[in-house]
Design a binder for this molecule. Structure first.
Ligand code: DWN
Length: 392
């Protein structure tokens, strides 16, 4: 049974930036639910993938050093620990992971044409397709069973999770390994980072819910890694239950227990979370309104999908945040979805006349703070809303 716990209002497509402000942009309801049976947290309204992951998708994994470093580190681990003959990446984006492998060793799957072109242009075999059973069949015919499948921040974006895991277990060899990573529900609830929810993030995984969900495909988690990326993520190492060669690490049991102790398997935890979210909105608006009264120059730093949830849920207009700065070419001179707030190109002097910068990309706080020493030195301040709204 799916139980409702939070309404984040009407939200535009999170990555639907446009060259002019569209007052009547289509918005969809964003409501959060908890499944009492498999303990999965998800959003209710499902938008067709074709509407969200278009041929002009603006998010690029390679835009941050944090992510490229994380992918490089993982590639070294994959080579050393699993020694796969071939790797398939579902949601290969602009190639931030696959560029670390030899061209004949990796296959990318990327539905957004603009991104698939980047990797195929560099000579990486890339299927410009959505991940589903049809594609898995096609791949098996062409490449045979695969011994390593990887996917970061992608499976949680696909509504039909049954089809996702059915296709993966069909294509994976008996001793094959599936590695996935996605934002951690535990970290999200702890940090009150409700901006992890937007129309693309259909699910937020936990070790509890993934364990429950993949059972029916004869899959099990045998190892996990807590990552700092994207505000706290979990990397899940998954295998077939028939593969007895690989032992299940105690880390899996420990994380499961940690999530249980926190109450991720209880509806009441989400009701409390919803209350904290409402309080967070109040406090954040309070900060912005006070700065407005003092005539401070406030901008947004990082025009993230997460920030789209915040500004639309909190009804933040351009009197509170003048504009956003961002490094992504596809986002520059566009407007934040749902709001009359323009995104301008980040330059070294972008913060020269700024008093406060709201961290839309709070998940890259470390990287940004170390880059903006000059801003902080001259008295500039960041506004962050996790774990509660404050000025830092
Ligand atoms: O799952 C998803 C995650 C992985 O990426 C997607 N559905 C959409 C996207 O979500 P997001 O937009 O919230 O992701 P990021 O990675 O938090 O976006 C960071 C943004 O901030 C990018 O637009 C680049 C920008 N940025 C910047 O302008 N200067 C980032 C850094 C570190 C910087 O120094």
């Amino acid at each position: 049974m799916n139980k409702f716990f939070l309404d984040l209002g009407k939200q535009p497509l999170a990555n639907n930036y446009s060259s002019s402000y569209k007052k009547n942009q289509i918005k969809y309801s964003l409501k959060l639910f908890f499944n009492t049976k498999n303990k999965m947290v998800s959003i209710s309204k499902r938008i067709p993938s074709e509407k969200m992951f278009t041929n002009n998708y603006p998010y690029r994994s390679s835009m941050s050093k944090t992510m490229t470093n994380s992918f490089h580190k993982l590639s070294l681990e994959i080579k050393k620990r699993f020694k796969p003959k071939k790797i398939l990446e579902i949601g290969s984006n602009d190639g931030a992971l696959i560029k670390n492998f030899e061209k004949d060793k990796v296959i990318g799957v990327e539905p957004c044409n603009n991104l698939a072109q980047i990797t195929s242009g560099k000579g990486y075999l890339t299927y410009n397709k959505y991940w589903n059973y049809n594609l898995a069949q096609k791949l098996k015919k062409k490449h045979g069973e695969l011994d390593l499948i990887y996917s970061a921040n992608t499976l949680t974006h696909i509504s039909n999770l049954n089809d996702v895991f059915k296709s993966i277990s069909y294509l994976l060899s008996t001793n094959g390994i599936l590695i996935i990573e996605d934002p951690s529900l535990l970290e999200c609830v702890k940090k009150v980072s409700y901006d992890q929810f937007y129309n693309e993030h259909i699910y937020l995984f936990s070790v509890i819910s993934v364990t429950n969900f993949i059972k029916k495909f004869d899959l099990e988690i045998f190892d996990i890694k807590n990552l700092e990326t994207h505000g706290g993520s979990i990397r899940y190492y998954i295998k077939s239950v028939k593969n007895k060669k690989v032992k299940v690490s105690n880390k899996v049991k420990n994380q499961f227990q940690k999530e249980k102790e926190f109450g991720l398997d209880k509806f009441n935890t989400y009701k409390k979370f919803a209350k904290k979210v409402k309080l967070s909105k109040k406090k954040l608006l309070n900060i912005f309104n006070k700065l407005k009264l003092k005539n401070k120059n406030v901008i947004g730093y990082g025009a993230t999908a997460k920030a789209v949830t915040i500004i639309n849920y909190c009804k933040i207009e351009n009197d509170l945040i003048k504009n956003f700065v961002d490094t992504t070419p596809e986002k520059i001179n566009q407007y934040m979805p749902g709001k009359n707030i323009k995104i301008i190109k980040y330059k070294k002097n972008s913060l020269d006349n700024v008093d406060y910068a709201f961290l839309g990309a709070w998940n890259f706080k470390k990287e940004i703070v170390s880059k903006e020493k000059k801003f902080l030195k001259k008295g500039g301040k960041f506004i962050i809303h996790v774990p509660f709204p404050k000025i830092i």
